[in-house]
Design a protein around this ligand. Structure first.
Ligand code: M1P
Length: 279
């Protein structure tokens, strides 16, 4: 094959077709991909900032990629963990998608503009119930700060959010065996069918009105992207049933332009991103 002048058109073969891009000096069109990341356990170790290795990798990766973040945490926790990379996202969702923020480096302290928040007043008897759960549960230690009302959702933890990293780890081992967070989430949904409860990070349960979970972010992202992406890719560590990434993963399963990955830690996320970068 000597280039496009050779036996032009009459001699068009599969070989020409397969080498179309190089013959016509065309760059292969890059697929427009939009990545959506959970934070804890996906980009960072649980409740800790990104590791130096991931910080460096992600900092370079984001120069060529579009991404959103979707976490169960609130904005202060997310920003503690993201090593300023949240500023370079297209947007980020906190409180399981119940708050949407657009980065704006000019906004003092938080460097983001709140686009919406789904304000929610939890039923009063939910708090009574959670207090009762704490009393009846004999896990020790209980460190304080057990119920966090974030204004759009409630986070509940038996060991308490004041725990040290070691106590956090011990509780997560206990929970792995006892499955008490999954049982509690089920009990909440049985008592309040209008609510949903899901296991997010290592020590707590997220509670919000039914449907006000991470799945709500996909529509917002689609509308926010002026030209549609070819592919939306979600990576999370809790995409299994009962996890707070599950509703989004389940929705993405039904959409032809979406894909999701379940990971065990940030290392697996990095490996996935490296594979995409090789394409
Ligand atoms: O982002 C994941 C979760 O992070 C924290 O969970 P935990 O303290 O249990 O590890 C919480 O902020 C939780 O709301 C959030 O879903």
């Amino acid at each position: 094959m000597n280039g496009k002048g050779d036996k032009w058109r009459g001699g068009w073969t599969t070989e020409y077709a397969n080498n179309f891009n190089s013959i016509f000096n065309k760059e292969k069109r890059m697929k427009k991909r939009v990545f959506i990341f959970d934070v804890d356990g996906t980009l960072t170790p649980s409740r800790l900032p990104m590791t130096d290795e991931m910080d460096r990798y992600f900092g370079a990766w984001l120069k060529h990629n579009k991404f959103y973040l979707v976490t169960g945490s609130d904005i202060s926790k997310l920003q503690e963990q993201m090593c300023y990379h949240d500023i370079e996202s297209e947007g980020f969702f906190t409180c399981c998608g119940n708050e949407f923020w657009i980065p704006d480096p000019h906004v003092v302290n938080i460097s983001a503009e709140l686009v919406y928040e789904n304000k929610w007043t939890p039923p009063g008897d939910l708090f009574h119930f959670l207090e009762h759960v704490l009393e009846r549960n004999d896990y020790h230690p209980k460190t304080g700060n057990h119920v966090e009302d974030r204004g759009t959702m409630v986070n509940f933890s038996i060991v308490g959010r004041n725990c040290t990293l070691e106590q956090r780890h011990d509780y997560s081992v206990h929970d792995e065996v006892s499955q008490e967070r999954n049982k509690l989430a089920k009990e909440i949904v049985d008592r309040w069918p209008e609510l949903d409860a899901a296991v997010g990070g290592q020590i707590s349960v997220d509670i919000y009105p039914k449907g006000k979970d991470k799945s709500q972010v996909l529509d917002v992202i689609r509308q926010h992207q002026i030209t549609p992406a070819d592919e939306y890719i979600f990576i999370g560590d809790r995409t299994m049933k009962g996890g707070n990434d599950y509703p989004l993963a389940k929705l993405m399963d039904t959409e032809t332009d979406c894909k999701y990955y379940q990971v065990k830690n940030w290392e697996e996320t990095k490996t996935i991103l490296e594979k995409y970068a090789e394409e």
